[in-house]
Design a protein around this ligand. Structure first.
Ligand code: NOJ
Ligand code: CA
Length: 658
């Protein structure tokens, strides 16, 4: 470390002022970094238009002076990075990571003369930066009272947002408003349309050992970071060296372009160990039957997780061509009020009537992967006591996938109530993920910490919920919801939306979509674990033709090509199957119908067979949700498909190479 300081200061006198424009590789976007009057600011400019005005940076510390003022520049370094990397699974097989980087080594010029580094990366499609603080003789640990990062966007822009610090975590409907109307903290990704028509999304990458960043206007009325606090009000306790998560501003010319921004993954490290054992999964579940009241999680005459039902569902997996089966309600903790049982939930013993040995054996014989389930209700203390043994228990039963859930409105960690998104919450999710990797277990986390791209480093994190999902149907989901997600939540990574509900008119959980829209979700909403969420009989007996799309659609992709989209109105995307020449297209619309002429020019040369699943005559999410028209025809890349998405509807197309 001392060598480092010698190197740093061996370069002449620190400077009290500095100005530098760091350009993106294509020169259209720039971060302008300025040191003036002892304070450091950045701004973001695209095509000469200012998208983020001078924004201050720094920290308030507990028990110490803020890191913010009296700054001098000790050294600045520039570099260019360009690398294309291969994903294990995901929306793209190969991702280019191309940016110009500027690293500023800063020091206070009075007091303790503390040092810290600001690292900026400017990509063609956004700007990212983080704080890096090295250990120093008089500065070994710190308590963050506030992070003072500003995002000084024009408050006349419009934003799509969900509120932070709410009991249902990320599970809210998006609202659209002017930025000047924002009063409370909102979650990221925070997607913004600027008054001059550019699209921005503020988010973070590589969130480790720190509170999750929410956004709110500060006392100057400028959007700024509001880090989720711990129960004692501190934002984070850190030992040095420490790097904050990356602060990310994605920038796009239009909404559609935003949907393929890969900065969040690029700002995470490659895996440090071998994850070749990771496999994306399609699965059904002993699940929706509980939501519609046919079965129960709790034991009793309608208990879902019985040995018999599990075997029936394993047989259904084989018939349906689905490789995985989720079983919820298998363990002690569901009887009575399950939300109250969190402190004592038992993840090591199946309930009477569910023989895990027998079920696991039967699954193995039939080549079916079981997806285990741990509903913690947020009682992390209780869960962590059992965690390793619970993973080992599943691993011994050949179970390689787990869906953990944290359904409580807060977590209980070290005996205290903490936010899921606090530093202690983040540390728990990370501990569970790393331990899962040790047991070669893949996760689909419900009520998770938000996505910040760490699945690049830990590809066994196949999916998460982290938004209002299909379980909110039955009145709480508007048809526009899934036309907003691709531009907001899905910028943070895949989501387990639990698609494929065919029992649309069920009296307990009425679904506000057409049947075709349920199919579209498999292409529109990426997830490394994709559920066919309804009961098997709805696929096999009720709508076998529509089901064929769910059977065929891949979980992992070679390439993603967004086709059309307006936030909150409609969205259409085409994806090529991983290591395949076949393509799939999905489109969703809000409560209004939308006609499109789908140009197939994303295909390669040659003949394809297209099967089109579209809303049929008179289809309407309320009046006529089952009207679906399935037809096949030969196509080439020179063809167009005329498609009408009914109100609350959508479409799906499989296009197979001949
Ligand atoms: C909430 C999850 O999102 C849902 O999928 C699960 O069934 C329930 N919690 C019970 O664990
Ligand atoms: Ca949930």
């Amino acid at each position: 470390m001392f060598k480092f300081f010698k190197w740093l200061f061996g370069l002449g006198k620190p400077r009290s002022s500095y100005e530098k424009e760091v350009f993106s590789p294509n020169q259209r976007l720039a971060a302008k970094i300025m040191l003036k009057n002892g304070r450091i600011t950045y701004s973001v400019v695209k095509d000469g238009k200012i998208l983020v005005r001078d924004s201050y940076l720094g920290f308030d510390l507990r028990g110490d002076t803020p890191i913010r003022d009296n700054l001098m520049l000790v050294r600045a370094l520039s570099k260019t990075f360009d690398d294309t990397w291969e994903t294990k699974w995901g929306e793209e097989h190969y991702i280019r990571n191309h940016y110009n980087e500027e690293t500023l080594y800063l020091s206070e010029n009075s007091g303790k003369k503390r040092l810290f580094t600001l690292r900026f990366r400017v990509f063609d499609d956004g700007v990212a930066f983080r704080y890096e603080i090295p250990p120093q003789p008089e500065f070994q640990r710190l308590v963050i009272a506030n992070e003072l990062t500003e995002f000084n966007v024009d408050i006349n822009g419009q934003a799509w947002h969900i509120p932070a610090y709410q009991p249902d975590r990320y599970e809210y409907n998006y609202e659209k408003s002017f930025i000047y109307e924002l009063e409370r903290s909102v979650h990221t990704p925070l997607t913004i349309e600027t008054p001059v028509g550019y699209l921005l999304s503020i988010h973070e990458a590589a969130l480790y050992n720190y509170g999750s960043m929410t956004i709110k206007p500060n006392t100057r009325g400028v959007l700024s970071s509001d880090i989720t606090p711990l129960s004692d009000g501190a934002k984070a306790y850190v030992e040095l060296p420490f790097n904050t998560p990356w602060r990310v501003i994605m920038v796009a010319d239009n909404a559609l372009e935003l949907t393929t921004n890969r900065m969040i993954l690029n700002l995470n490290d490659p895996p440090k160990e071998n994850f070749d054992w990771v496999r994306p999964l399609k699965f059904i579940g002993i699940w929706w039957a509980m939501f519609v009241g046919e079965w129960t999680w709790a034991e009793g005459p309608r208990h879902g997780a019985t040995t018999e039902h599990a075997k029936e569902y394993i047989d259904a997996c084989v018939r349906l061509g689905v490789p995985g089966l989720l079983i919820e309600g298998w363990n002690n903790g569901w009887n009575g009020d399950w939300l109250e049982n969190g402190p004592t939930n038992d993840f090591l013993h199946p309930v009477k009537g569910f023989d895990l040995d027998e079920v696991a054996e039967y699954a193995k014989e039939n080549g079916v992967e079981l997806v285990g389930h741990h509903e913690t209700v947020g009682y992390v203390d209780n869960y962590e006591r059992q965690l390793e043994e619970a993973y080992r228990y599943y691993a011994e039963h050949n179970i390689h996938y787990i869906k953990p859930g944290y359904a409580g409105s807060f977590m209980v960690i070290q005996g205290r109530r903490e936010y899921h998104h606090s530093q202690l919450g983040v540390l728990h999710y990370q501990k569970a993920l790393e331990l899962a990797a040790k047991y070669h277990i893949m996760l689909d986390v419900h009520e998770p910490i938000k996505g910040t791209g760490i699945e690049r480093t830990f590809p066994n994190l196949l999916s998460r919920e982290g938004a209002r999902g299909q379980e909110y149907e039955g009145g709480a989901l508007s048809p526009s919801h899934t036309t907003i997600l691709p531009f907001t939540r899905l910028l943070s990574g895949g989501m387990d939306y639990t698609s494929g509900i065919f029992d649309i008119t069920n009296g307990t959980k009425r679904i506000a979509t057409t049947l075709a829209k349920q199919l579209a979700y498999y292409v529109v909403i990426f997830s490394g674990m994709q559920m066919a969420a309804d009961r098997p009989r709805f696929y096999e007996e009720k709508f076998p033709k529509a089901y064929e799309f769910i059977r065929d659609v891949p979980v992992s992709w070679e390439k993603t090509v967004p086709i059309l989209g307006q936030i909150g109105q409609y969205y259409i995307v085409a994806r090529q199957g991983r290591d395949s020449e076949d393509w799939y297209v999905g489109g969703v619309t809000n409560e209004e119908g939308h006609r499109v002429r789908l140009n197939l020019d994303f295909l390669s040369d040659g003949q394809y067979e297209a099967t089109i699943y579209r809303d049929g005559d008179g289809a309407h999410y309320r009046e006529e949700p089952f009207a679906i028209d399935v037809s096949s025809r030969k196509v080439t890349k020179n063809d167009n498909l005329d498609i009408f998405m009914a109100p609350g509807g959508g479409f799906a197309v499989s296009i197979k190479k001949q």
